[in-house]
Design a binder for this molecule. Structure first.
Ligand code: SF4
Ligand code: SF4
Length: 199
């Protein structure tokens, strides 16, 4: 008799546990059923990249001094700085500069350490190509300015999730004038250094 009651008790406990797990699983399913998908109709709609987006590198030939710092700080020694020494002036003469975006990992080291700031990262992310060799950009291609998503008349710019007002999920229904959840980098005040305080 005691064994039978124990079996009934075990069975009841297992059945309650299974029902509990089933309810938890279904609650997640129903929670997702309530949400509507937010789909951006690319390429007619595009998300606005963040201020610190690391896209295709822009290069200014006239500012480059061919120091090759960008090559030395690059984890894969990627930038190719083609220069010759002018024996008359004893100065380097830059001939060509190139970066292969089929290999670049967009770490930003070259931009960070360039002493003349002739490199910068743009918001351009559409780098798909049929031939990977065409991703090797020379100084002319690198010097082209990117087309901004917000200034392209053929595109509807949409804010990505991190730049929407608090609680909003769908960029299609948000009034452009409504402020975003976080602050712009220009609005973030950095605390003065301790050494400046003591000066
Ligand atoms: S670090 Fe800057 S200045 Fe020096 S070679 Fe590279 S791009 Fe030119
Ligand atoms: S972004 Fe990084 S990987 Fe690409 S060229 Fe610059 S240093 Fe090299």
């Amino acid at each position: 008799m005691f064994g039978f009651l124990k079996k009934v008790g075990d069975y009841t406990r297992d059945a309650v546990g299974a029902a509990n797990y089933l309810t938890q699983g279904l609650s997640v399913t129903f929670d997702h059923l309530k949400r509507r998908p937010v789909t951006v109709q690319y390429p007619y709609e595009k998300l606005i990249p963040s201020e610190r987006y690391r896209g295709r590198i822009h290069y200014e030939f006239d500012k480059c001094i061919a120091c090759e710092v960008c090559v030395r700080v690059c984890p894969i020694n990627l930038p190719v700085v083609d220069w010759v020494m002018n024996k008359a002036t004893k100065k380097k003469e830059l001939r060509n500069y190139s970066i292969d975006f089929g290999v670049c990992i967009f770490c930003g080291n070259c931009v960070e350490y360039c002493p003349t700031n002739c490199l910068s990262m743009t918001e351009e992310y559409e780098l798909a190509a049929f031939d990977r060799h065409s991703l090797n950009y020379d100084n002319v291609a690198l010097g082209r300015l990117p087309t901004s998503v917000t200034s392209d008349p053929a595109v509807i710019p949409l804010r990505e999730l991190a730049y929407l007002p608090k609680g909003e999920m769908d960029p299609h229904v948000v009034d452009p004038a409504r402020p975003r959840a976080g602050q712009l980098p220009s609005q973030v005040q950095t605390a003065p250094a301790a050494s400046e305080d003591n000066a």
